[in-house]
Design a protein around this ligand. Structure first.
Ligand SMILES: Cc1cc2nc3c(=O)[nH]c(=O)nc-3n(C[C@H](O)[C@H](O)[C@H](O)COP(=O)(O)OP(=O)(O)OC[C@H]3O[C@@H](n4cnc5c(N)ncnc54)[C@H](O)[C@@H]3O)c2cc1C
Length: 353
């Protein structure tokens, strides 16, 4: 089953609803909207869908999703993506929603939404399924590296291209992703690969440590980067400080930062929505926020008794989709079962329209 969408740059979107966040709450909202005949564009700061499941625990088993005795984070994301296949979902991956404003003086309700790249999009409603915030890559605290990010300082998502061939690569990080990135850089023909980590012990499974031990050409370095030397846009060397030893300059053309992900609430906190600590307050019957045409579901939504669980997100997505549909279509939405409704089955593509 290959249902993973790809990120793409600067497209034009045309959808009824924008869903902010491609975690389980956002993906199931797309499904419920589709059943009710509404199209969606999904925005996520990460280059792939799945939210916390894909970013933080893809291989861990989950035991409390109804009717699934056990499944991994990755499997659940694939199932959710498969379930929305009947609908023509649009994707804006690798982009963050930075602002929105109500559309003034229009006959139909709506919002104008701005993505990080400054394009603005008109939608009839916004569903915020932003979890604990937009995931961003953790970065090394070395000011010299800032102008090189995206050029010769890369992240694992973007860094593994044939352009590593013949380059002197340093991978910064001490977990399994860092190990696999270093091994992949070696396989792509890098001239040298060093795995730089702060502590002696690596935070990885025995399998990953075995893969590393079997590739002696990937050399381990213990220390911290304090300075970088560059020539224009090109990295030339890294100064590495080591406990109890003199600093050393290490020649490098490419640095790949593999330091994990950090959720950031970012501009969401300034959107003028009523908040409860770092969550958006919603009415539990409609998942409506304090701003018209804006709804919130999943970990980001707060109401009395809220539990941050996947199963709660699915229920909230259903309520939000009905509320959005009633608002957008301008009246009560008939309540129908998928088992019995020819209209819903036609939307799902299981019977002819
Ligand atoms: C280690 C771990 C184990 C867990 N185990 C379980 C379990 O066994 N059972 C269970 O029910 N729950 C579990 N959870 C909790 C579960 O993962 C969350 O409840 C669930 O992921 C919430 O889904 P969500 O869609 O609301 O948010 P998320 O999964 O966090 O997805 C939100 C997405 O929104 C994106 N985003 C945020 N802001 C923006 C923005 N401004 N612009 C663009 N994109 C944005 C983020 O990048 C992210 O991808 C676990 C969590 C962790 C960390």
């Amino acid at each position: 089953m290959n249902t993973t969408p790809q990120s793409h740059a600067a497209p034009a979107y045309s959808a009824d609803v924008m869903v902010v966040g491609a975690g389980p709450a956002g993906l199931f909202t797309v499904f419920e909207l589709g059943l009710l005949g509404l199209s969606a564009v999904v925005v996520d700061a990460l280059p792939k869908p799945g939210g916390q499941l894909a970013a933080l625990y893809p291989d861990k088993p989950i035991y409390d999703v109804p009717a699934l005795r056990q499944c991994t984070g990755h499997e659940l994301v694939q199932r959710l993506l498969d379930q929305i296949q009947p609908f023509a979902t649009q994707w804006a991956l690798g982009q963050a929603v930075t602002a929105f404003a109500p559309l003034e003086g229009e006959s139909t309700p709506g919002l104008q939404v701005q993505l990080g790249n400054a394009l603005t999009h008109r939608v009839k409603a916004l569903v915020i399924a932003a979890g604990v915030g937009a995931f961003a890559h953790r970065q090394l605290e070395c000011p010299d590296l800032a102008p090189l990010r995206g050029l010769s300082v890369l992240t694992a998502d973007a860094g593994l291209t044939p352009a590593l061939e013949g380059r002197r690569v340093v991978v910064a990080g001490g977990d399994e992703v860092a190990i696999d990135t270093a091994l992949a850089a070696q396989a792509l023909g890098a001239a040298s690969v060093h795995l730089l980590h702060r502590r002696e012990a690596l935070d990885a499974t025995d399998d990953a440590l075995g893969r590393l031990a079997a590739t002696p050409s990937v050399v381990r370095l213990i220390g911290q980067i304090t300075q970088a030397q560059r020539q224009g846009d090109a990295l030339k060397g890294l100064c590495i400080s080591r406990a109890g030893q003199a600093d050393v300059w290490h020649q490098a053309d490419v640095l790949i930062e593999c330091l994990g992900l950090l959720p950031q609430l970012g501009p969401l906190a300034e959107w003028g929505l009523a908040m409860h600590k770092k969550q958006i307050r919603v009415s539990p019957e409609h998942m409506a926020t304090s701003v018209a045409n804006v709804y919130a579901v999943g970990d980001m939504a707060h109401y009395p008794g809220k539990r941050k669980l996947i199963v709660s997100a699915f229920h909230e997505a259903t309520l939000a989709a009905y509320a959005v549909a009633e608002r957008v279509l301008g009246g009560a939405v008939p309540f129908e079962y998928t088992t019995a409704s020819a209209r819903l089955q036609a939307r799902l593509g299981v019977v002819k329209a």
